[in-house]
Each structure stands twice: as structure tokens, then as C-alpha cells.
Design a protein around this ligand. Structure first.
Ligand SMILES: Nc1ncnc2c1ncn2[C@@H]1O[C@H](COP(=O)(O)OP(=O)(O)O)[C@@H](O)[C@H]1O
Ligand SMILES: Cc1ncc(COP(=O)(O)OP(=O)(O)O)c(N)n1
Length: 268
């Protein structure tokens, strides 16, 4: 069985972070492993507390996996600060882990900080050069590229700037473009742009969309898919998960990780 590792924060509400990643890995039939960087007290209403674990705890978890199991692909999500980014980058290099998906989690949809301001520089200089693919949403792409994004031309310009930091592919997600009737993501391979478009659903149950999408890409890469097939399957996975989003709690409910497989079973 293929293996996938997530290096990310815990979401007590189960919709984003480590919990969303492991649910996605399971649904896409890869063996999921986790390195926890921080514990968040979180629910559908927002983030009530953030408790980082620190570089040593992260380093030890990474070593435990490397010394025994290894991984076929991995992703990073919430990394909290530059100390954790440094140790993650150092270990990824030391273990020669290559299929790295960097989801540059900076702020939650509710506005809470999940990456310290000082750490954006470390993310760009230490982690992006190791990334196979980086998957910023629109606000994250603006921060990484240092420019506002108002239209597709701006998205392309930002993708070029981010690609200069070293990732093999850059995928800018259009989920925050709420006035659009479609949900369109732009993949850049250093030369050409490829658009992945799906229907946009009007729903408040979108907690954890970015985590779920990047972990679906990771699972597909672990199974040997090329980047275009991996993004295509991940897009189908997240679109189904949003369409069947779960009405739970009093705020933004989570997406439904079972929806994609349920559809496939029904189509048999
Ligand atoms: N309302 C929606 N309907 C359909 N797809 C969506 C919707 N919102 C986000 N997506 C898709 O979900 C994926 C995650 O994007 P996004 O929500 O922008 O990430 P993040 O959670 O990092 O902000 C992308 O493929 C995006 O196009
Ligand atoms: C622990 C943790 N990690 C990441 C996020 C951000 O998740 P995302 O998929 O971007 O979705 P929203 O939280 O923004 O809805 C998180 N919230 N918690």
C-alpha cells in the first residue's frame, strides 16, 4: 500500500488540518501518517486557541517516520513559525523526500493567524525550493507574490513570481473568488498555464477546503499519478466534498470526505 504523510496542525473540530488530511488519505486509499506541528482549539465558528508543539517535537516525529516507514509523498499545512519551518525543511532534505505538496497555510477563513508574520520569509526561502507543488489560495498568493490579485492576468503574474522561489509547479486556487459562477484554479508549470474549473456551490460549509484539496493531490501523487492527473482527481474530490458539505455546528461546516467515493460506488 502506498503511504502519504501530512505535517500540519490539529483541528479539534475535525474539518481542516491533520484530521481533514487523514480522512482524505483514507478515502483515496493510501496509508496516512501524521506529524503534528500545533494543536488548535477550533470548531465551525473559528479558532479559539493555538498551542504550537515546537521544533524538537516536530523533528522527533519526522525521525520516527523516516527511521521505520518512509513515505511515497507528503504535504505540509499549518507550520506556525520559522523554527518549525526550518526543521521541516532540513529533515525533508536529509530524508530525500521528493513528492512534497506545500499548502502555504497562513490565515484561517475566519481571519485567525496560523503562521506567524515573521515566518513567511522562511516559507519562501526554505520550503518552496523543496516543493513539487505549492497550492496558495488567493490571499496567500498575494502575500507570497507581494502583489494584489484582481483578475486572471494578475493570477498568472503571481504564479510566475511564486514559481521563481523554486517549486516545480504552482497552483493558485480560485475558491475565494466568490463573485464568479465557477471555481477555477490555475496551474503553472514554469512555461504554460492550465485551468481546472468546476461549478461553484453557494454554501457556508467550506471549512477545510484547502487542506482537503492539497491532501487529495498528495494521495494521488503517492499512488504515482502525474501532476495533471493528480490535480484533476483532487478537483473532482473537493468539488464533490463541497457539494455534499456537512451541516454541523453553528458556523462554517466541514466538507464531506466520503462524497467522492460514494458517487463512484453509485456509478458502478
Ligand atoms: N464554493 C465553492 N464551490 C466549488 N468549489 C470551491 C468552492 N470554494 C472553494 N472551492 C474549491 O476548493 C478548493 C480549495 O480552494 P480554497 O477554498 O480557495 O482554499 P483555502 O481553503 O486554502 O482557502 C479549490 O479547488 C477551489 O476552487
Ligand atoms: C489546523 C488547521 N490547519 C489549516 C487550517 C486552514 O484550513 P483551510 O483548508 O484553509 O480552511 P479554513 O479553515 O480556512 O476554512 C485550519 N483552519 N486549521
Amino acid at each position: 500500500m502506498k503511504k502519504a504523510l501530512t505535517i500540519a496542525g490539529s483541528d479539534s473540530g475535525g474539518g481542516a488540518g491533520i484530521q481533514a488530511d487523514l480522512k482524505t488519505f483514507q478515502e483515496l486509499e493510501v496509508y496516512g501518517m501524521s506529524v503534528i506541528t500545533a494543536v488548535t482549539a477550533q470548531n465551525t465558528r473559528g479558532v479559539q486557541g493555538v498551542f504550537p508543539l515546537g521544533p524538537e517535537a516536530v523533528s522527533r516525529q519526522l525521525a520516527s517516520i523516516a527511521e521505520d516507514m518512509g513515505t511515497d509523498a507528503l504535504k505540509t499545512g499549518m507550520l506556525f513559525d520559522s523554527g518549525i519551518i526550518e526543521v521541516v525543511a532540513e529533515k525533508i532534505k536529509a530524508y530525500h523526500w521528493e513528492k512534497l505538496v506545500v499548502d502555504p497555510v497562513i490565515i484561517a477563513k475566519g481571519g485567525e493567524t496560523l503562521l506567524q508574520k515573521e515566518a513567511v520569509k522562511a516559507l519562501k526561502s526554505q520550503l518552496l525550493p523543496l516543493a513539487f507543488i505549492v497550492t496558495p489560495n488567493l490571499p496567500e498568493a498575494e502575500k507570497l507574490a507581494g502583489m494584489p490579485i484582481r483578475n486572471t492576468d494578475d493570477m498568472k503574474e503571481a504564479a510566475r513570481i511564486i514559481a521563481d522561489c523554486g517549486p516545480r509547479y504552482c497552483l493558485i486556487k480560485g475558491g475565494h473568488h466568490e463573485s464568479s459562477p465557477v471555481s477555477s484554479d490555475l496551474l503553472f508549470d514554469g512555461a504554460n498555464f492550465y485551468e481546472y474549473t468546476a461549478k461553484r456551490y453557494v454554501t457556508k460549509n467550506t471549512h477545510g477546503t484547502g487542506c482537503t484539496f492539497s491532501s487529495a493531490i498528495t494521495a494521488e501523487l503517492a499512488k504515482g499519478a502525474d501532476i495533471f492527473a493528480a490535480v484533476s482527481t483532487a478537483k473532482a474530490f473537493i468539488t464533490a466534498a463541497i457539494e455534499d458539505g456537512i451541516q454541523i455546528g453553528h458556523g462554517h461546516g466541514p466538507t464531506n470526505h466520503w462524497a467522492y467515493q460514494k458517487r463512484r460506488m453509485n456509478n458502478r
